[in-house]
Design a protein around this ligand. Structure first.
Ligand SMILES: *Cc1c(COP(=O)(O)O)cnc(C)c1O
Length: 421
């Protein structure tokens, strides 16, 4: 599918007068429409709840939009819990799916009334010791091990992943939790990341639903909610077919009818913890071409760098790039699009065919709405950019200011050397 930015050159030029590039920009309309579609896809399940994975886009303005659309949050750290609380999420609207959890974060999650999702059987003791008791509602994370294959070659290696418990541990964990007073139980698993197929959730649902049936038979515990977690992907590449969330919801419904309903488990609530799917396509990184370099290759240097978007540098991830205003131009120039870090992996694109780029052109790097800004860092003393929201009425709101040297030096505030900055 042809990939078009949700923002025009004229809009970018207007924004850039007030907010210098680079900046991350989010599309409120796209976020809301997509969230509504997800809810439509699972409307057949009365208990359905999406807990947005805060780590994907930890911005209170984004969280508030999602809250208005009926989402909760999925957290895995103290600051993510704080963000959730600050945005008005409380109690069962918060899922705490962490791993290697510091005990004080269990305490914090519990104080907020969050649903705690245990990554391991050994965490039961830690939880009990920290809270003084086991919460009434608790969930356990499953890892089936081995290799998990879905369709058209998409697979991942849960056997290599640090998350979750084996089936035997999971069953043992439920028994212990019940004995210690837990009353309401959930099952969770996250097996494959960024799946671009409508088959992942239905397949995972089958794995978890069948597991829930076995758990019920062995322990008498009937899971009240089954959490399909994240992993629903987005079409980063133009040749990919985006997921059809309505088909995905329908696929899960069919498995639900087939596996759970006959076992008298037709009241199980489905949960999701989508991050990428909720925000990925509805954010972009806007950056300006500031240098061109002609050596053994043709380079375009932009004012953003991997510190603003780590995915290409970190795992060679593809992010589509559009030269704003040149949407119709032929892509007859081959470029490496690079940032300024003193690291040769700081390349947003390698050997990318694009229209001829002039200095001052704005480049839109697509699909940075999730795991984009959030993975930013300060290497080379680079500062994090601003985040802007393109609102439904077409206006633009600053939803996070750009970092300044003062922010960068803030952890030296006890020392006088850098005071003047
Ligand atoms: C990262 C994460 C998610 C979100 O994953 P996406 O791939 O962004 O959908 C959900 N749940 C847990 C526990 C995670 O760690």
């Amino acid at each position: 599918m042809e990939k078009r930015p949700f923002v025009s050159l004229e809009q970018i030029q207007e924004m850039a007068e007030k907010f210098p590039t680079p900046f991350h920009l989010y599309d409120e309309k796209g976020i809301r429409e997509n969230a509504r579609k997800l809810h439509q896809a699972f409307a057949w399940n009365p208990g359905f709840k999406e807990y947005f994975a805060v780590k994907a886009t930890p911005n209170p303005f984004i969280l508030k939009i999602l809250k208005e659309e009926g989402c909760g949050t999925d957290c895995s750290s103290a600051t993510e819990l704080m963000l959730s609380e600050g945005c008005g999420f409380s109690g069962k609207e918060i899922m705490f799916s962490s791993n290697d959890t510091p005990p004080e974060e269990f305490a914090m999650a519990h104080k907020l009334g969050a649903v705690i999702n245990l990554d391991d059987i050994t965490h039961i003791a830690c939880l009990e010791e920290t809270l003084g008791a086991i919460p009434e509602t608790v969930s356990c994370r499953f890892n089936p091990g081995g290799v998990y294959t879905i369709s058209n070659g998409i697979m991942d290696n849960p056997g290599d992943a640090k998350y979750g418990m084996t089936e035997a541990q999971l069953i043992e964990a439920y028994k212990i939790l019940k004995e210690k007073g837990a009353k309401h139980f959930g099952i969770h698993a996250f097996l494959v990341s960024n799946t671009v197929t409508n088959d992942y959730y239905p397949m995972l649902a089958r794995t978890l639903f069948e597991l829930a049936v076995r758990v019920k038979k062995e322990t008498g515990i009937s899971a009240e909610f089954i959490n399909l977690s994240g992993g629903v992907g987005i079409a980063y590449r133009p040749e990919q077919e985006p997921n059809d969330i309505l088909a995905i919801g329908e696929g899960v419904r069919r498995v639900y009818e087939e596996v759970l309903v006959p076992e008298g488990m037709g009241d199980v609530a489905i949960c999701t913890e989508c991050g990428r799917f909720m925000l990925g396509p509805y954010g972009c990184l806007v950056t300006k071409a500031i240098h061109e370099k002609h050596t053994y290759k043709e380079y375009i240097g932009v004012d953003a760098c991997a510190a603003n978007l780590m995915r290409p540098a970190m795992y060679g991830a593809y992010h589509h790039i559009t030269v704003a205003g040149k949407e119709e131009a032929v892509c007859d120039h081959k470029y490496d699009i690079v940032g300024s870090l003193c690291e040769n992996n700081d390349k947003f694109a390698v050997d990318r065919m694009l229209p001829e780029i002039a200095m001052g052109d704005y480049l839109v790097i697509h699909d940075t709405g999730a795991h984009g800004f959030a993975m930013g860092y300060n290497y080379n003393g680079r500062l994090r950019s601003a985040e802007l929201l393109l609102k439904e009425d077409g206006s633009v709101e600053l939803i996070r200011r750009a970092e300044t040297p003062k922010d960068y030096f803030a952890t030296f505030d006890f020392c006088d050397l850098l005071k003047k900055y």
